[in-house]
Design a protein around this ligand. Structure first.
Ligand code: OTU
Length: 640
């Protein structure tokens, strides 16, 4: 007891704000745990039956500590994103994909070009691999040597955080790649595993002889059959084999080890604290292996992704996942959580089907295959959506199933072969100027490289100096992008397409790139093109204007909200692709697109529109008694 005369103890200042913040964080953590923990436990018990309880206890500590230590700004961002979990569904979400060095030299340089993105209504920037990669050949940065460092020539982690802040200040989001299937063989985990450190031996898949590799190879596919045949690489110093699905310098991680799971979660949390909004999970389908299968899309892959997502939803819900799963249509929708019951898995996934079918339709002048295949695609949960694109940094693999081809009376093998011949420019009437990538004479499979503009005929038309052909080629580019901007989900504009850039063969001079012709469609941004766009009638000006208008018109159309599915219509005219979207508040939306070289007629009635329908955007479409007349490659966006 204090004596009456004793001096008052110095009042310890009470940091009310800190107490309130701790209480808030504790309450928020409890609520997230209550919702997500059963998901974590359920999925991990499936994947790691023997070590689940210890792992789960450990993860609980990791995420709880993370919530406590999350930077204030990002904790607030978590809260606002939890209040608006479908932020990426809005029509105003428009993506742009670029290489940091090729677009702005460095991360700081990228930050100086944000006005360019704003002009295009872009609010989602995907920067291609930027974590520190191995020196020399590194598969465009997909051979990561350090997850916690930025590639030095691009900047530092601090620059990355700075760019994220600059983007957030403009209401833009940042997406980066996280390679989950493999690391570079120079990554510290790999270096330690290679010298026999028992803690890291389990991070990769080593085999003393060919017994197991040969058994696996019976059912495995080859991703890079020409420059990286087989799925295993020999390590002469250790006299053993290591699993390498891609190049020999990319070692597959062994996700069967709980240590890999724990380490990758920590990598994700670290990137979340840098302010990354979307993690593009590279090569996700490959992270689980089982003998007798192709070792892609196994149930464990989905369980792992669901567990990781639930953990992120506790620790850093402002960061969402985008699946990079370029897989057959019946395997694709599961990455968005489709199934019975639907799950929360990835929030976004590449719509490889739509991409492939758009090119197929351009080549054949016929949209029936696209209509049938898209109609057959399993519906996706409304909390997730597609990322739609026509080109990316990779090649185009012809994921047209035999079944879908048969639905229009075509043979799958023949059609895929036709597409390769067409887009490599070999087919006599082809307008495309692409190149074969990874042609495998044993299987007859091949894929296609080339920029969107070159594949659309712009390169050929420029070479022939034919103005009419050039106009038609530009129409093709606009047509397929107009589908991508309205089909439902986040459209991605691939760097350079806004100026219709053509193939670039300068990669041939760089020995680290020369054997990989995907570099032909990864040219450096030529900012002088940006100046040419003000020249009336320049190709750059016309192309740029198309993308400005597509972005502007998409953003203002409420019916394009990604939560609503698109339904493909059957107009009994194979030349015309048509789909409708119904929005509870904004009404209905229809797109009609003529993929043929002939004029086509579409009545409003046939697409479920009244005579009062509004033409929101159109190119080459003319109003005509009760409908539209569509010139070759013409399209219209309608609302009612
Ligand atoms: C991805 O692509 C990247 O997009 C490529 O640029 C990389 O080379 C590769 O991973 C390795 O990191 O097979 O032909 O289903 O299709 O992971 C490209 C996913 C690929 C695979 C995909 C891969």
């Amino acid at each position: 007891m204090r004596h009456e005369d004793a001096p008052e103890p110095a009042a310890r200042p009470v940091d009310r704000a800190a107490i309130e913040s701790d209480r808030l964080r504790a309450a928020v953590l409890d609520a997230r745990m209550a919702r997500q923990w059963p998901v974590v436990e359920h999925n991990l018990a499936m994947v790691y039956p023997d070590s689940a309880p210890e792992l789960v206890a450990d993860l609980r500590r990791i995420v709880a500590d993370h919530v406590g230590a999350r930077p204030d700004e990002l904790f607030l961002r978590d809260l606002s994103r939890e209040a608006d979990p479908g932020w990426f569904l809005r029509p105003s979400t428009i993506g742009y994909v670029a290489y940091t060095d090729l677009f702005g030299s460095t991360l700081q340089g990228v930050g100086d070009h944000l006005d360019h993105l704003s002009e295009l209504s872009v609010d989602y920037l995907h920067l291609m691999p930027l974590l520190r990669a191995r020196g020399g050949a590194n598969d465009g940065g997909y051979a990561v040597a350090a997850y916690d460092e930025v590639e030095p020539r691009l900047g530092t982690m601090r620059d990355l955080a700075g760019l994220s802040e600059r983007l957030h200040a403009r209401d833009m989001n940042l997406c980066i790649d996280l390679v989950v299937n493999h690391t570079a063989r120079e990554h510290p985990w790999a270096l330690r595993a290679r010298v026999g450190d028992p803690e890291f031996r389990d991070y990769y898949l080593f085999f003393p002889d060919r017994t197991m590799p040969d058994r696996y190879e019976q059912t495995l596919l080859e991703v890079f059959p020409t420059f990286a045949p087989g799925n295993f690489s020999w390590l002469p110093d250790r006299e053993e084999w290591v699993w390498t699905t891609f190049n020999d310098y990319q070692w597959d991680l062994n996700w069967a080890s709980p240590d890999v799971f724990r380490s990758m979660l920590k990598v994700m949390l670290h990137l979340a604290d840098i302010g990354i909004d979307v993690l593009r999970l590279d090569a996700a389908p490959f992270i689980w292996k089982r003998e007798g299968t192709v070792c892609q899309n196994l149930p464990e892959v989905h369980a792992l992704l669901c567990a990781l997502r639930a953990l992120m939803a506790i620790a850093a819900p402002a960061t969402v996942f985008k699946a990079e799963a370029i897989v057959p249509p019946h395997e694709l929708t599961a990455y968005l959580g489709a199934g019975d019951p639907p799950r929360h898995e990835c929030d976004l996934a590449y719509n490889n089907q739509l991409m492939v079918l758009l090119w197929s339709s351009l080549a054949t002048g016929d949209a029936a295959l696209m209509s049938n295949a898209l109609r057959r695609l399993q519906p996706i949960p409304s909390h997730a959506t597609w990322v739609n694109y026509v080109r990316c940094h990779d090649d185009i693999g012809w994921a047209v199933t035999d079944e879908d081809a048969a639905s229009v009376g075509w043979d799958g093998v023949d059609h895929r072969e036709f597409l390769n011949r067409f887009f490599s420019g070999e087919f006599p009437t082809s307008f495309a100027r692409g190149a074969m990538f990874q042609f495998n004479p044993l299987t007859g499979d091949g894929r296609i490289s080339g920029t969107a503009a070159s594949l659309c005929g712009i390169e050929l038309a420029l070479a022939s100096g034919d103005e009419l052909h050039l106009a038609l080629a530009l129409r093709r580019l606009e047509l397929i992008y107009a589908v991508v901007y309205s089909f439902g989900g986040v459209p991605l504009l691939y760097m350079g397409d806004e100026f219709a850039v053509r193939n670039d063969d300068s990669y041939l001079l760089d020995p680290a790139k020369a054997d990989d012709n995907r570099w032909m469609h990864r040219p450096a941004m030529d900012w002088s093109l940006a100046e040419r766009r003000s020249i009336a009638d320049s190709l750059e000006g016309k192309a740029f204007e198309i993308f400005v208008a597509l972005g502007r018109d998409r953003s203002r159309l409420g019916a394009l909200d990604g939560a609503q599915p698109s339904s493909v219509l059957d107009l009994h005219d194979a030349r015309v692709f048509a789909f409708t979207r119904l929005h509870p508040l904004a009404g209905s939306f229809v797109m009609v697109a003529n993929f043929s070289n002939q004029t086509a007629q579409v009545s409003f009635e046939s697409v479920g529109m009244s005579g009062e329908a509004t033409v929101e955007r159109a190119t080459g479409a003319h109003l005509e008694s009760g409908g539209l007349r569509l010139e070759p490659m013409a399209y219209a966006w309608l609302t009612d």
